[in-house]
Design a protein around this ligand. Structure first.
Ligand code: IPM
Ligand code: MG
Length: 366
């Protein structure tokens, strides 16, 4: 069966990291006999320039048609003045929402080789393996009404609405409980139920679901405390489940524990496990075009795609092993480079992963 993968490079470092990840996908697919049909499309600022919209109808149509999507990153200062509804980020939010990609999995794993690159002491982060499950199509990101209005006295007021339906909480809750059941069996639900009613309901639903998952131990934490605990004693967490905005913030913090946000992949899944795969980092306009970007988060996103949407767990493991091998060899992009390492460019890192993968597949077939 041929699987369709849509590749959406996006803006700035997006195309740079996607180029490397796409090569890795092609090489691993060839090695494992996976029939893939790769198609490329426009999103974000690149799409805005070409068609006047951050998510052209054509891109959305191809996305609906695809089994999986590989996305780089969107946005940049050149579009700061663009009308809010046309901003590159809106393209990303719209594709998540239109495809119903409610379940965002953001694993933060510390590769032992990178312990020195973490901003925390090695003993605090050694062996770190956290999964953040972020709700991605609801909450304050999408709540209505929203906008900036002018009050009677002429002052302007910005407003957003933080809403979650019970069904939305239950859906992300089940994904999180199921994920925890496959791991260490501990789930921490993060909310702000001491202040926000919407998260009082969130907590109530999580408590109710717990009865269906007797093997999972559920705990609750306020988001401010969770932010503190993440940098104080991150290894206490196994799976964290939280809403869209808290998940956005906490996953960036978790990323830094692993040495660099350039290492953090993600999967965004719909109810049928069709998914979009993207690095957690943004388009990093400050380093674009210089070969400084770390392609590993996108390459590791390819591994997640193989595992969750393409039913190819062995191929996924091979990609992860190849990444581990190049880190063993001391190759580092700028973001994870300490003095003892060999700093390499984005494409050299891609070359190294491809070479490691090919060597590994050769060994296995021998
Ligand atoms: C992320 C990003 C996006 C988000 C932005 C680019 C809209 O920060 O994927 O974490 O806030 O979801
Ligand atoms: Mg973010």
């Amino acid at each position: 069966m041929t699987r369709r993968v849509l590749v959406l490079p996006g803006d700035h470092i997006g195309p740079e990291v996607v180029r490397e990840a796409r090569r890795v996908l092609e090489v691993v697919a060839a090695g494992f006999g996976l029939a893939l049909e790769l198609d490329e499309g426009l999103i974000g600022g690149a799409a805005l320039e070409a068609s006047g919209e951050p998510l052209p109808a054509e891109t959305l149509a191809s996305a609906r048609h695809a089994d999986a999507i590989l996305l780089g990153a969107v946005g940049g200062p050149e579009w700061d003045q663009v009308e809010r509804d046309l901003r590159p980020e809106r393209g990303l939010l719209k594709i998540r929402s239109e495809l119903g990609l409610f379940g965002n999995l953001r694993p933060a794993i510390l590769y032992p080789q990178l312990a020195a690159a973490s901003s925390l002491r090695p003993e605090v982060v050694a062996g770190l393996d956290i999964l953040i499950v972020r709700e991605l199509t609801g909450g304050i990101y999408f709540g209505e009404p929203r906008g900036i209005r002018t009050l009677e006295n002429g002052e302007r007021e910005g407003y957003n609405t933080y809403v979650y339906k019970e069904s939305e909480i239950e859906r992300i809750g089940r994904l999180a409980f199921e994920s925890a059941a496959k791991r260490d069996g501990r789930l921490c639900s993060v909310d702000k139920s001491n202040v926000l009613e919407v998260t009082v309901l969130w907590r109530e639903v999580m408590d109710r679901l717990a009865a269906d998952y007797p093997d999972v131990e559920l705990s609750h934490m306020y988001v401010d405390n969770a932010a503190m605990q993440l940098v104080r004693a991150p290894k206490q967490f196994d799976v964290v489940v939280t809403g869209n905005m808290f998940g956005d913030i906490l996953s960036d913090a978790a990323a830094m524990l692993t040495g660099s946000i350039g290492m953090l992949p993600s999967a965004s899944l719909d109810v049928a496990s069709r998914g979009m795969y993207e690095p957690c980092h943004g388009s990093a306009p400050d380093i674009s075009g210089q070969g400084l970007a770390n392609p590993l988060a996108t390459i590791l996103s390819v591994a997640m795609m193989l595992r969750y949407s393409l039913d190819a767990p062995a191929a996924a493991a091979a990609v992860e092993a190849a990444v581990s091998r190049v880190l063993d060899d001391g190759l580092r992009t700028a973001d994870i480079c300490t003095s003892a390492d060999q700093q390499v460019s984005t494409s050299a890192m891609g070359d190294a992963v491809v070479a490691a993968l090919e060597a590994q597949m050769l060994e296995e077939s021998a």
